[in-house]
Design a protein around this ligand. Structure first.
Ligand code: B12
Length: 297
């Protein structure tokens, strides 16, 4: 099977990324399960990342970039140019929040062939399969692509259930290099248990990308993931990257109870939710959130 390279550009011009490249691990789930060789490149994993991209792109067939709006675009474009110059046949695919908000604008860049708007796990898998079969990308929801200089756009992809998706393939990165010290754990890693948010806060781009939908991994599966992080990688802090952890209160309680029932000692932090959700929360939820389990930010 041919090789796939994925790149997480630095979000800040002055700082290397420090956390685990979670977006790229998530989009690798199905392809990794199928046995594709996947190389994830981020500056906390490699120092000379542009050189590595130039070298590895030569025999890869896909180069994926994840980008928020901001500095990631700058290094992402530079890396896309380097990949194309090393291998003119490589397909450059962008995903993440920036291309999800501005897919057509991103497609104007000459080094970018395809954009995946919104949730990436299944879309990316389907795109890679089409590249291999030499077919175009018609009917894959969320995908924008170029053909003979013309841009084609498929309708958006609604959020798909997380239950049943393959587990996050942590073996693709050196987890040890992605652990950070936070106020809730000396060995903290970032993790996501849900996508989307049903609210429509004026400052937030959730409603544009996920149309106020939300999907959450079931509580039992989340606790299993957390147990694996604690037991296998000796993680003691979890930085939750959900846009809104508290949409399904029963699920939130199930996760917090599960942590206690399994005797896990890791603590959760950076949990996002709406003030109203917490103002309306009952005593049981507050009791479950009391330290040592959670540090609410
Ligand atoms: C962690 C985080 C950060 C970290 C980034 C760490 C890193 N490794 O890059 C830090 C703290 C640096 C950060 C900074 C900022 N952030 Co921020 N951040 C997040 C957060 C909470 C989690 C991101 C994440 O990992 N999610 C989990 C993964 C699995 O989801 P995902 O990234 O969406 O990936 C999925 C799809 O997008 C897609 N996908 C992603 N990448 C790729 C790549 C390919 C090839 C494919 C096919 C698909 C694909 O598939 C994935 C799986 O379905 C999100 C909110 C959220 N819940 O996503 C906000 C969010 C991304 N941030 C946001 C904002 C506003 C900011 C700041 C501007 C805040 C500020 N005022 O300073 C800065 C910008 C920094 C900069 N200069 O660029 C906005 C997005 C804005 C935008 N237009 O991009 C978000 C969405 C929050 C919000 N709802 O408003 N952020």
């Amino acid at each position: 099977m041919r090789k796939i390279i994925l790149y997480n550009p630095r979000p800040n011009p002055h700082l290397k990324p420090v956390d685990i490249p979670l977006s790229l691990l998530c989009v690798s789930r199905f392809l990794d399960k199928d046995g594709y060789p996947i190389q994830i490149i981020s500056e906390n994993l490699y120092d000379n990342h542009f050189e590595i991209i130039a070298r590895e792109a030569k025999d890869a067939f896909v180069f994926g970039v994840s980008s928020m709006t901001g500095h990631q675009i700058y290094d992402g474009i530079k890396a896309s140019r380097i990949a194309k110059e090393a291998n003119k046949d490589i397909k450059v695919i962008w995903g993440g929040w920036h291309p999800s908000l501005y897919p057509k604008q991103v497609m104007e860049n000459p080094y970018i062939d395809i954009v995946v708007k919104g949730q990436g796990e299944i879309a990316f898998y389907e795109v890679v399969k089409r590249i291999e079969s030499g077919k175009n990308y018609e009917s894959i929801p969320g995908v924008h692509w170029k053909e003979n200089g013309r841009v084609f756009s498929n309708p958006d992809r609604p959020l798909m259930a997380l239950d049943g998706m393959p587990a996050i393939p942590y073996h693709l990165v050196d987890v040890e290099k992605c652990l950070i010290e936070t106020e809730f754990g000396g060995r903290t890693v970032n993790y996501v248990s849900s996508y989307g948010c049903p609210y429509r806060c004026g400052f937030c781009c959730e409603q544009t990308v996920n149309q106020r939908r939300w999907v959450g991994l079931n509580a039992e599966a989340v606790v299993r993931d957390l147990e694996r992080l604690e037991k296998v990688f000796k993680v003691n802090g979890i930085s939750m990257y959900d846009s809104n952890f508290f949409v399904d209160i029963k699920r939130a309680k199930g996760i917090l109870k599960g942590i206690l029932e399994r005797g896990l000692t890791l603590r959760l932090g950076n949990i996002d939710g709406r003030t109203k959700q917490l103002a309306e929360a009952d005593d049981e939820l507050w009791d479950l959130m009391r330290p040592p389990a959670v540090t609410v930010s």
